[in-house]
Design a protein around this ligand. Structure first.
Ligand SMILES: Nc1ncnc2c1ncn2[C@@H]1O[C@H](COP(=O)(O)OP(=O)(O)OP(=O)(O)O)[C@@H](O)[C@H]1O
Length: 313
């Protein structure tokens, strides 16, 4: 039994299908990424998957239970951090964590959790006074305090600077180490590539690919690019005939060879064999950004947001 199973999920607003036949399964203990541009249908899918929105069609199971018919069972098993959290502004960190703890039959000690998430110093600070990073850590605390089997984290690191974001990644990996299944919604490629065991790439309400990060990158054709300057005439066909080579082009005086396999070794050996001196050798390995572009036809959004430590909620 998977942690989450979604089959043929559909949801429309005003006649527009924003989730248009989504199938996916999240396995126990994995960090499963839901990746896509703004408006791709990620939040709607995730909220339908855990019973926070009612789908128009399709089947959803959370640990084998129907999130609408067995609402209480699902609520006790799932901790959710949503993009828009409406928390009581004048309550303090510890008051909020204790309040959320009271919703669950079993749960973690609020004091210990607050310390573990580095919120000890602000435990008595009101929610409205927290920095962006502190607020995000509080939202993780609220998602975890019920000792969930599944944590749903939606755009957790949006609005954080890169060091705060990296700190958050450590917390998410820590959850997986404790056996919690994590469903992570993001539009940051680097975050998805680094953290996720598997990723569903969303575009216009559909899953266009579902695979490991390496598997997705592999779909771009194995994913390497070698460029260099040749200082003697070079017959392009010498390169195109090499194993793994998919394309050879010339850009700004540089020869660019792309493809898969052991591209660098093959190209270097061929240049030696044919006595072509070359300089400015550079290699570039494909990233999830390349895979995303190839799969959706869209450039990924910003890799990193600069410096803002305002509340990203
Ligand atoms: N309650 C609603 N009423 C009308 N339209 C909605 C509603 N909720 C979402 N939408 C629309 O559905 C589409 C998908 O929204 P959704 O929030 O699922 O996207 P997303 O991929 O999570 O985007 P983002 O990264 O911006 O959060 C968007 O065009 C959004 O405007």
């Amino acid at each position: 039994m998977a942690a989450i199973e979604v089959e043929g999920l559909r949801k429309s607003y005003g006649g527009r299908a924003v989730v248009d036949g989504v199938d996916l399964a999240v396995e126990h203990g994995e960090i499963f990424g839901v990746l896509g541009r703004n408006g791709a249908g990620k939040t709607t899918t995730v909220e339908c998957a855990v019973g926070l929105r009612r789908p128009d069609g399709g089947r959803v199971r959370v640990f084998g239970a129907d999130p609408h018919r067995e609402r209480d069972r699902v609520r006790q098993a799932v901790g959710v951090q949503l993009q828009q959290t409406h928390l009581h502004m004048s309550l303090t960190v510890i008051e909020l964590v204790r309040m959320y703890r009271s919703f669950y039959a079993d749960g973690l000690d609020p004091e210990g959790l607050v310390e573990r998430l580095g919120l000890g110093e602000v435990r008595d600070t009101r929610y409205e006074k927290l920095s962006g990073g502190e607020g995000q850590r509080l939202s993780i605390a609220l998602a975890l305090v019920g000792r969930p089997r599944l944590a749903v984290l939606d755009e957790l690191t949006t609005g954080l600077d890169s060091s705060a974001r990296r700190g958050m990644w450590g917390l998410i990996e820590g959850m997986r180490d404790e056996g919690i299944t994590v469903l992570l919604v993001t539009h940051f490629m680097e975050e998805a590539e680094r953290l996720c065991d598997r990723i569903a790439v969303f575009d216009a309400g559909r899953v266009v690919a579902l695979d490991t990060p390496a598997g997705l990158i592999g779909r771009t054709g194995g994913g390497a690019e070698v460029s260099f300057r040749a200082h003697a005439p070079l017959d392009r066909s010498l390169l195109t005939a090499l194993p793994g080579v998919e394309e050879v082009s010339v850009r700004g005086g540089e020869v660019v060879v792309s493809g898969g396999g052991d591209l660098v070794k093959e190209v270097a050996a061929a240049l030696m064999r044919h006595g072509v001196p070359a300089t400015d050798f550079r290699t570039r390995t494909a990233t999830l950004d390349d895979a995303f572009l190839a799969l959706t036809g869209h450039q990924p959004e910003e890799r990193d947001e600069q410096g803002s430590d305002e509340k990203g909620r």
